[in-house]
Design a protein around this ligand. Sequence first.
Ligand SMILES: Nc1ncnc2c1ncn2[C@@H]1O[C@H](COP(=O)(O)OP(=O)(O)OP(=O)(O)O)[C@@H](O)[C@H]1O
Ligand SMILES: [Mg+2]
Length: 247
Amino acid sequence: MNILSVRNLSIDYRSSFGTVCAVKNVSFDVKKGETFTIVGRSGGGKSSIASAIMDLTTIDGGEIKSGEIFYKGQDLLKMSQAEKRAVKGKEISMIFQDPNSYLNPLIKAGRQIEESFIVCHPKASKSEIAQKIEETLERVELKDVDRIYNSYPHRLSGGQKQRILTAMAIINNPQLLIADEPTTGLDADVQKKILDLIKGLKVSLGLTVIMITHNMKVAQAYSDTVVEIKEGQLNVPQTLNSCSFHP
Ligand SMILES: Nc1ncnc2c1ncn2[C@@H]1O[C@H](COP(=O)(O)OP(=O)(O)OP(=O)(O)O)[C@@H](O)[C@H]1O
Ligand SMILES: [Mg+2]
């Protein structure tokens, strides 16, 4: 069963320098429970697809020129604002590409995790919030929890920030998790730990994962399905070894 089907998606960005056709007529299906990976070089259009699924294209200054994004059979692009609110950040969540621009430098890490929960559960009691936070921090295997919880993001390592982002992405029990280059800027050892964490969460939480990476080795090691994007165009799904892109 497909949890997500993208059909003929095209995305443009317009600026004073002209129009960039970032995504060109892209279609793909993501099966429930799989890790579906979009691999490709920088600028290929990977994050633009993720933004469209998360309804962030307009905020990013882009425009969806055409296409449909069916989540459990319903077109996300045609949903009312209320319907989108019920899905975005709850059923579908995302680990963003750059922790430094996604985490607020002026708010302690723990408070940012709490806010992710409270925004979707405004009536939660203090004890419910505390319980959920404890459970989520355990799931992302953060060591030295008290210190990290009370730290501002600039005091945290890249791996710790990535675990905070992961906690924020899973705290509302999503069904579909988009991980956009979740290991950017991390050394090889930490990269593997974060990827293993996401793999473990997929199993323990029953997630479907859309992973985005420029690294074919990562795609090969962690995915059920791999598609390659190049200059906004997606190659049809193919076996891992026959992908033409190599890092
Ligand atoms: N907000 C924006 N405004 C203008 N152009 C944009 C914007 N975001 C992306 N683009 C352009 O759209 C194209 C696709 O960008 P996108 O970020 O989707 O690629 P990507 O595959 O995620 O790259 P990377 O691996 O570097 O993250 C690029 O040419 C990029 O310059
Ligand atoms: Mg990107």
